[in-house]
Design a protein around this ligand. Sequence first.
Ligand SMILES: [Zn+2]
Length: 363
Amino acid sequence: MAGILDLETFAHFFDTVHWMRSDGCVLLIDCWLSAAQNKFTQYIEKYSQLAIGEMMFTRIRPAICKRLSRLISQRLPIPTLWHMELTSFEECKKFLAAQSTRFAARRALELELQEQLSHSDVSMLPGYCWVCRGVRAFLYDHKYSNGSDVNWRERLVCPQCQLNNRLRLTAKILDHSVGTGNPRIYMTEQVTALAKHVSRLYASTIKSEYLGPDHSPGAINSRGIRHEDITALSFSDAAFDFVLSFDVLEHVPAYKVALKEFARVLKPGGKVLMTVPFILLHESNVVRAIFDGEKGEIHHLLPPELHGDPIDPSAGVLCYYHFGWELLNDFYSNGFSNVALHIYWSLEFGHIGHEQIVIEATK
Ligand SMILES: [Zn+2]
């Protein structure tokens, strides 16, 4: 099969080759590799001067050249997003043991990249951004970390679309799982960059934030923000094809009630796509804090962990749980028939820092 590649922009070129690769057309890989060697360098040079400066370019160029020369010398296929679906703790343990060499190599590479921060406050990892469709230099530093380990999940920020590792991956999963058409979607966030991205893709998505106990479910405030409490949603039964909830459930003390609500508002066969802090090798959930509803008191079992609050960036929102496999049972006992963990890792697309996890639960 012969084809004409549009080389007008590097991003378009990269997209085209990716599309051909996924379509089974692998004959043009050599063509891509030789062309990309020039295009890649030119692009990064231009981009770097525009956005991150000569100094940063000098730092990232060796990494890019090394990766390209490895691809060329070993004639490796164009990278795809590494993915695995797991459905039980037992299966997960077996899988991690069988693949221990692969995982050890990933951890070593992540440490090597983290080491770069011993020379400067900020570093970059070149990779391809799904959201703004182009090669970018993803930024990482010690923000949101314990000061020594990089919080890879919340960093690797794309300089163009401003989405981090977790959010860029979520955008990719949505692309794959929700697809096209006009599905009925409820999303448990409204004022974030990801919510804006989802609105661009699916204009009729209903989005909300939690504005506090004195707001009525479904009410919209003067800033146009809809209030919902995910343990008592204002929607009718079977109203949606998808519920999208990303890093929200860990902030809800009565999270099982929220799962029951998600099942209620989904049509039969409808899906929840969810991310939460999840520990792959933990069978049970880690309870960090308990909320005593009667006394209105919070009891901390572990040091308080606050996550960013999109409604009030100066404050933080308390994390009650880091979940383990127990969460999948909670889905099953609250109205879901099929639950799986999807785990992802990719150097090329900037999804590193342990495997990134997305839960897919079908009613
Ligand atoms: Zn981007």
